[in-house]
Structures are given as structure tokens and as C-alpha cells.
Design a protein around this ligand. Structure first.
Ligand SMILES: C[S@@+](CC[C@H](N)C(=O)[O-])C[C@H]1O[C@@H](n2cnc3c(N)ncnc32)[C@H](O)[C@@H]1O
Length: 490
């Protein structure tokens, strides 16, 4: 029944369009399966002369695939990719070649780095124009508009065959890797780009081919001069990767641009993730000129430097001496070294010393006018939430009623089915207080069952300020106050 329906559909199609349109409709013949068989049967029954084209077309399904002999290659042999294919050509007079090429753009052979016009040593008047073998299978493949064009330029629509030599240059990176790596296994050749470095995370089955993969990425991506592979899970302290250079230069000092700011750093020694640029931008946008930012885990400055550029007052800290070094370097590079106060201590110490002192100053300063805000960014998703306890009883004075409380933006991973609730509950449990006005934002999905979240909330005054009761018996006082409150709230 399905076959009959398809035949009827094709009869109508043929009747309506003519064979050239049908060819056009089904042109990437390696992409259709059931329809291809149906179409062949139909064409046989209808005794149409396009049968040969269809067979050719079917035969050419692997036309642009490298030679099967490259399968399993571990050391890149570029010559093994040389391959001769047959493509259709037309002859075009030399003086009108550019106009014809422009008009026939959609019918030309499409391959990387391939010259589509060939000199014929025996023909002084014409050149050969290489056509797409999937789009042009016979003279009949041309449409009315093509014929009008040929007429206008005096070009003969007669096509002939040309033996075209493809080389390594003419294959795309993923075509090469698909042909080399074992069939049926994932050949994902994706990478993150960090300046001149392509950063890969190869799977087990790809490791025997790692140097070849590195070389292909290097060859096929202009501007990349080094390919590295992550060789272990992210280092727990400074969040930088252990990496192995697969191809190209060993130099890991690189330069990137993010949100219009230039950063330089040694990628092997600091944390940098190009996938965070939207998140950096989101937070940068929240801060207004004159606001204060405390960046507890600042890295090389992707929150700190753009906000300083916006005329915010910035305190940026990182425990990794290399991050600190590059943070200072980037502040200078972007001419904000006078606006960013950098430090190189543990995040908890930073909160308990620098944040504590400066916070009180800005709370007093901002509380009168209520114009500016104080933000604290904590981007260390594996552990930042555990640092929230540093805010408990941080300020020793009693708050004034209109005190400007700081807004914390704290990052956390979650593997929970409900990551928003999960992160909120974790933060509440560490702070010992409910966060009724918080917002939880999904930053990105980092693994199939792992999300990176950002919880933003104003630190409640009862958490931040030490009361007399807290002074008497610190932990109990906070806990009992929270229990009492939750009892009245529920
Ligand atoms: C995930 S990175 C974030 C860097 C930067 N804020 C960004 O968004 O790209 C976390 C940073 O925290 C730093 N770090 C790790 N443990 C720390 C700690 N205990 N105290 C302060 N910084 C720490 C690491 O060196 C790293 O630069």
C-alpha cells in the first residue's frame, strides 16, 4: 500500500515537474533510502531514460568519502587521501568565465580548497567549469533558468566528464576522521577554542588516534596552532586541566577576547572556559556604574575586568598564584589596574577579612542614597556553596533599618531532578535561614545529568549581622532563631 502511494505521488510529481525537477528534488541521493528504491522501481517500470543517471548517482554515494584504505590509520599519511573522481564539466569561453561562474554558483562542485575552473591545454578559447556531480547528472539536469543563462552567454549546455584528483586538502576534517576511526563509533571532533589552542576531551576509543586527530584539527582550522587533550578530571584546587599537547606548538600562553575585553593567560595553569561568556555577560549586565563587586573566585578576571570598565569598584580574589598573576596582568592590559583591588588568598579568608571591612564601609555609604548596590560573585561551582557559612555573623554592628544588603551570586553544580530546589535548599541549610526572594538560574548543562546553576539572593540581615544572642552562644543562637522563624512561617 505504501509503495502504491509512493508511486502515485511520484507519477504526480513527474507529471507536474518533468524529470529535471524530480532529479533536483531527490538530488543528494546518498541521503534517501526507501524513496531511492521506490524511485528506481518506478523509473524502470516507466522506462525512463534517467535510469543510468540514477545508477551512477547511487554508485557515487561515497563520492566524497576518502579511500577506504585510510581506515585505522594512526599516523597521518596525507597522500593516502588522493583520490580520482569523475565530475561533470562544461566548456565556457575565457572572457565570460566570471559571469558564468557567478550565475551558476549553485551548480558548481563544492569541495574545500578546490579550483573550480580548469585550463584545458588543448583548448585556447575555453576553460572547463567543474559542476556538482550530485546536482548535474546529465544535460537534463539543467533548469529553464540555466538554459536561458547558457543562451545569454552562448555556452553549450553539453556536459562532459572530467577526472578530478581530490587530495587531503579537499576533504573536510570530519570526513577524514570518520573515514579513519572505526566504523560505528562516535568520531566527534568537537573542541573548545581558547585563543590559538583547540581544547579536546577525547573518549577512550579515540585515544589510539589522538595524534592524528590533533593534526587534522590543526590542518583544518585556520588560526589554531596547538591542539591539547584533557588528560584527567579537572584539578580540584585551581580548576585548571592537566593537558597533553596532541599536535602543534607547546606554548600555552594565549590571548582571547570575551565581551569586548582582551585576556591573556597560561591556559595550562589557570581556569578559562569559553562556554561561560554568556554567564559572565549576564552578571556584568546586572551591575551598574558605581556598584561594588566582590569576586571571591575571580580567575583571570572575566567578571572583575568588565565591571571595572563599567566604573564599578571591584575587589577580585583568587587562591591560585598563577590566576592572580594573570589577573593583575589583565587589569593592566585593560587599563583598570587602578579600579580593581586584587588579592591572592583563600575565598573564606577573603570574605572574612577584605569583604568584611569593605562591606561595612559600602553599606554605610550606600544606605543613605540607596542608589548603588553591592554584589558578591562566587564562581567555584563544585564548592562555592560551602563557603556561604563565611557570611554568618560577618558584621558585628547592629544594622540600620535601611541597610543595603549585599547580593550574592553563588554557583553550584546539581545532579538533582529539580536542580533549582536542590541548590536553594543547600544554600539555606548552610546559611541556616530561608531564602524567600532568591532566584536560581540554569547556567548550562555540563554533563547528561549535571547542571551548573547560579543562585542569587540578598544575604538576610539576620545571617549577616551578629546579634547579642549570637555573641552569647553563636551556633545555637542562629539555629534556634531559624527554627522559631520557620515555625511561625509555616
Ligand atoms: C571555576 S573558576 C572561575 C574563574 C572565573 N571567575 C571565571 O568565571 O572564569 C574558580 C576559580 O577559583 C579559584 N579557587 C579555587 N579554590 C579557591 C579558594 N579556596 N579560594 C579562592 N579561589 C579559589 C581557582 O583558582 C579558579 O580560578
Amino acid at each position: 500500500m505504501r509503495f502504491v502511494k509512493q508511486v502515485c505521488y511520484l507519477v504526480n510529481l513527474l507529471h507536474d515537474c518533468g524529470t529535471h525537477k524530480l532529479n533536483k528534488l531527490f538530488k543528494p541521493c546518498h541521503q534517501w533510502s526507501t524513496d531511492k528504491i521506490t524511485l528506481r522501481l518506478f523509473l524502470q517500470r516507466g522506462s525512463l531514460s534517467t535510469m543510468a543517471e540514477m545508477q551512477d548517482c547511487q554508485h557515487d554515494a561515497g563520492l566524497y568519502s576518502p579511500n577506504p584504505s585510510v581506515s585505522g590509520m594512526t599516523c597521518l599519511d596525507r597522500d593516502a587521501f588522493n583520490k580520482t573522481i569523475t565530475v561533470p564539466v562544461i566548456r565556457v569561453k575565457k572572457e565570460i568565465i566570471n559571469q558564468v561562474m557567478k550565475a551558476l554558483k549553485h551548480r558548481l562542485v563544492q569541495r574545500p580548497h578546490l579550483k573550480r575552473v580548469i585550463e584545458d591545454p588543448k583548448d585556447e578559447i575555453n576553460k572547463l567549469v567543474l559542476l556538482d556531480p550530485f546536482k548535474v547528472t546529465s544535460d537534463e539536469s539543467f533548469e529553464e533558468c540555466d538554459h536561458l543563462l547558457f543562451k545569454k552567454f552562448g555556452v553549450s549546455p553539453q556536459i562532459t566528464k572530467y577526472e578530478l584528483q581530490l587530495t587531503y586538502e579537499n576533504f573536510k576534517g570530519d570526513e577524514i576522521l570518520r573515514a579513519v576511526l572505526p566504523k560505528g563509533q562516535d568520531v566527534t571532533s568537537g573542541f573548545s577554542r581558547v585563543g590559538h589552542i583547540a581544547h579536546m576531551n577525547l573518549r577512550e576509543h579515540q585515544l589510539p588516534y589522538k595524534n592524528l586527530i590533533g593534526q587534522v584539527i590543526l590542518d583544518k582550522n585556520p588560526g589554531i596552532t596547538s591542539v591539547v587533550n584533557k588528560i584527567n578530571t579537572i584539578d580540584s584546587t585551581y580548576r585548571n586541566f592537566q593537558m597533553e599537547v596532541l599536535a602543534g606548538e607547546e606554548n600555552m600562553i594565549t590571548k582571547v577576547k570575551e565581551n569586548y575585553i582582551t585576556y591573556e593567560f597560561d591556559f595550562s595553569k589557570v581556569y578559562w572556559n569559553p562556554r561561560l561568556s554568556t554567564e559572565h555577560e549576564r552578571i556584568i549586565h546586572v551591575l551598574k556604574p558605581g556598584d561594588v563587586l566582590f569576586d571571591v573566585f575571580a580567575g583571570v578576571g572575566p567578571f572583575a575586568i568588565p565591571t571595572a570598565k563599567k566604573n564599578c569598584i571591584v575587589y577580585a580574589n583568587d587562591l591560585n598564584p598563577e590566576s592572580y598573576k594573570w589577573l593583575l596582568h589583565n587589569c593592566k592590559l585593560n587599563k583598570v589596574d587602578k579600579k580593581v583591588f586584587a588579592s591572592n588568598v583563600d575565598g573564606r579568608d577573603f570574605i572574612k577579612t577584605i569583604v568584611k571591612t569593605e562591606l561595612l564601609k559600602y553599606i554605610k555609604l550606600f544606605s543613605n542614597e540607596q542608589k548603588n548596590k553591592i554584589h558578591i560573585v562566587m564562581n567555584l561551582p563544585a564548592m562555592a556553596i560551602e563557603f556561604l557559612d563565611a557570611f554568618i555573623n560577618l558584621c558585628e554592628e547592629e544594622p540600620c533599618s535601611d541597610a543595603v544588603l549585599p547580593t550574592v551570586h553563588c554557583y553550584s553544580f546539581s545532579k538533582d531532578d529539580n536542580p533549582k530546589r536542590d541548590v536553594k535548599e543547600k544554600a539555606e541549610s548552610i546559611l541556616g535561614a530561608q531564602l524567600d526572594d532568591c532566584s536560581v538560574h540554569l547556567v548550562r548543562n555540563v554533563a547528561p545529568n549535571k547542571d551548573m546553576m547560579c543562585i542569587s539572593f540578598q544575604v538576610p540581615a539576620k545571617v549577616l549581622y551578629k546579634t547579642r544572642a549570637d555573641t552569647a552562644d553563636e551556633p545555637t543562637a542562629k539555629r534556634s532563631r531559624t527554627e522559631e522563624e520557620s515555625a511561625t512561617e509555616n
